[in-house]
Design a protein around this ligand. Structure first.
Ligand code: NAD
Length: 344
């Protein structure tokens, strides 16, 4: 049984130096990554594996793909809501659960809020109940800095900003954070919520929060027009998936503050750089070495005007984005080109 499985409600406060020392000397344990066959989850699996952890991916393959699961990672095909998933956690000796599986489509959540809640709320609860019973040391939750704040008053947005989600998906993510907080206070289960910005990179599909990168890339490869909604000056914070995976690894051991509010266990994961849709289209055209005409369409109702995250809390723990947006988008474009068999 891994030594770190003892759950304590005591506040864990360690210096940064002690944290790094602890990471280097630690016997790596077992981690369960839900959604491990998905876009972000597969990169999270690889990051834990490369750091010496024993990794199990759980995925129902509803949108994930077997070929996404990295070598050396065991895939269990199951639903996060099932009794057998709870049994897996009970008997799995997992030190950490990294919960990436979700219904991720904002528009689908508006059309089917019941479906969204069934996966994103009831699925989470099944995992939390099993994790506290199995004395999992830490539970890391993929939240979203792109939706929990709503239209922000200040940019870049700090973790403490008001939370005003404007979609059922945003509500379910925020509710997830409240459940984590509650489980820490009541049961001593250490919970960390990572509020991702708009994540892009290899293996992404067009349905996630940074789907525009995949959509524009494919249209550039096909020589088709790029559709920009509104004036194209709406901004987002695009963060590379490898950086998000490293944030998950850090979250397994990050020191936690006294749990007075959900923000004490929450970390923004973004670059702090605002990029407009117009700029994004321009950078991708450069990566493609080809221009496509841009057509304008009416602004979409409910679309946020600005979003950009202040990740100083995570940066203080030695995390920071490894490369530039231009490099990350070039790499992503090349990957999409190869996948679609349309190398430019
Ligand atoms: P994704 O769809 O690629 O990954 C989700 C994975 O979960 C898929 O492999 C899917 O098959 C699996 N899954 C769905 N329902 C399941 C169920 N009931 N049981 C087991 N597995 C199930 O999406 P992603 O973009 O990689 O998102 C991963 C996480 O990050 C999600 O929680 C999402 O809300 C969050 N997030 C993503 C972004 C982004 O920009 N992509 C931004 C903020 C937060």
């Amino acid at each position: 049984m891994p030594a770190a499985r003892i759950v304590s409600r005591a506040v864990v406060v360690r210096s940064h130096a002690t944290l790094i020392e602890g990471l280097m000397s630690k016997d790596k344990g077992r981690v369960l990554v839900t959604g491990g066959a998905g876009f972000i989850g597969s990169h999270v699996c690889a990051a834990f594996r490369d750091a010496g952890w024993s990794v199990v991916a759980l995925d129902d393959l509803s949108t994930g793909k077997i070929e996404n699961v990295p070598d050396g990672v065991k895939l269990i095909e199951d639903d996060i809501r099932s009794a057998s998933t709870a049994d897996l956690i009970h008997g799995g000796d997992f030190e950490v659960v990294s919960h990436q599986a979700a219904q991720v489509d904002v528009r689908l959540s508006v059309a089917r809020p019941d479906h969204d809640a069934a996966l994103n709320v009831m699925g989470l609860l099944n995992l939390l109940e099993a994790s506290r019973a199995a004395e999992v040391r830490r539970f890391v939750f993929a939240s979203s800095g792109g939706v929990v704040y709503g239209e922000p008053e200040t940019v870049p947005v700090p973790e403490t900003a008001p939370k005003r989600p404007l979609s059922p998906y945003g509500v379910s993510k925020l509710m997830g954070e409240h459940y984590l907080h509650c489980y820490r206070v009541i049961h001593g289960l250490e919970g960390v919520s990572l509020r991702y910005a708009n994540v892009y990179g290899p293996r992404q599909d067009p349905h996630g929060e940074a789907g525009v990168v995949a959509i524009f890339s494919r249209r550039l490869l096909e020589g088709q027009r790029l559709t920009v909604f509104g004036d194209g000056e709406q901004t987002r914070d695009y963060v590379y998936v490898g950086d998000v995976a490293r944030a998950n690894l850090a979250a397994a051991d990050v020191p936690l503050r006294d749990p007075e509010s959900i923000d004490d266990g929450a970390f923004n994961v973004g670059t702090g750089v605002e990029t407009s849709v117009n700029s994004l289209a321009h950078i991708l055209m450069q990566a493609a070495g080809a221009a496509s005409p841009v057509e304008r369409a009416p602004a979409r109702p409910g679309e946020l005007l600005r979003n950009c995250l202040d990740s100083s809390r995570l940066r203080a723990l030695d995390w920071e984005p490894a490369g530039s947006l231009t490099d990350g988008l070039s790499h992503t474009f090349e990957w999409i080109a190869q996948e679609s068999g349309r190398c430019p």
